[in-house]
Design a protein around this ligand. Structure first.
Ligand code: FES
Length: 271
């Protein structure tokens, strides 16, 4: 049998899916979409629950700590507990303060190029994997509402940078234990790792790389943009890793703060 005879026929412009949709792939291509569905579903359920809790999101001076959950920072609502309040608050907002701000990190993740690929594959099977037939008969791309909104990604990126700055500030505050002094607790490390992973996720963003090096005909005339581009390019190659690590860890950070604030565990001081 010649190589030509053993190859799979490809029909360009043919049907994208249908009743006899199939694949010749023999590997376990379905594992990736299944894992994606499991992690994203678990995150959405947990973060929705946490956002509506409106309690146990801050560990304050009464416990000798200054730890705030990333889901509630900056705390802008009228119901924010003392010590957690941001420089200004919207007192008319009496629902959970998390609901005021989560649209920004959520919008950033939802419109992320990497997550788009992942959830289009995992939830919509469009297509579920490379060389596996699409579950849909037609394809309109991202040219119509609501998917047209995906183009707002770069603006969510800008908003994400502001949030990263605020969460970095929270991490710095976590080094101060009111009534005790400066030091490091497990909570300090948790908040520092969380802020670091969020920065890595943002700096590895495709929009960030384009901002640094896009639409430049010659780097010679833009030495600073070249430096930034050189810095973010290797991070960009690991964007998928940072996307998952930061997603999981931001939930872990909320869980940690919640457990300390509720008295379920102690935030141990290391030094
Ligand atoms: S591409 Fe993923 S955050 Fe921008």
């Amino acid at each position: 049998m010649t190589a030509l005879e053993s190859s799979t026929k490809v029909q360009l412009g043919g049907r994208r899916g249908g009743p006899d949709a199939s694949t010749v792939r023999q590997d376990r291509w379905w594992i990736q979409p299944v894992v994606t569905v499991a992690i994203l579903t678990a995150f959405v359920i947990y973060s929705t629950w946490a956002a509506f809790q409106n309690k146990n999101y801050f560990v304050g001076a009464n416990m000798g700590r200054d730890l705030i959950s990333p889901f509630y920072s900056p705390c802008l609502g009228g119901s924010c507990v003392p010590g957690a309040k941001f420089a200004f608050t919207w007192n008319a907002w009496t629902l959970s303060p998390a609901l005021l701000i989560l649209i920004f990190p959520l919008g950033f993740r939802l419109t992320c190029y990497y997550y788009r690929r992942s959830y289009y594959r995992a939830f919509w099977w469009s297509p579920p994997s490379c060389a596996v037939a699409d579950a849909h008969g037609s394809y309109a791309g991202e040219t119509r509402f609501p998917l047209l909104m995906q183009n707002a990604h770069r603006y969510f990126f800008y908003a994400g940078l502001i949030f990263n700055g605020l969460l970095t500030y929270d991490a710095v505050l976590a080094f101060h234990q009111p009534g005790i002094g400066w030091g490091v607790t497990v909570g300090t490390i948790v908040l520092v790792v969380d802020a670091t992973l969020l920065w890595l996720y943002s700096l590895s963003c495709h929009a960030c790389r384009h901002l640094c090096g896009g639409q430049v005909k010659s780097f010679k005339a833009h030495p600073w943009r070249y430096k930034f581009w050189k810095f973010v390019t290797p991070l960009n190659a690991k964007h998928m890793n940072f996307a998952w690590a930061s997603l999981v860890f931001v939930a872990c950070t909320d869980i940690y703060v919640r457990l300390v604030a509720s008295g379920a565990i102690t935030d141990y001081r290391l030094f």
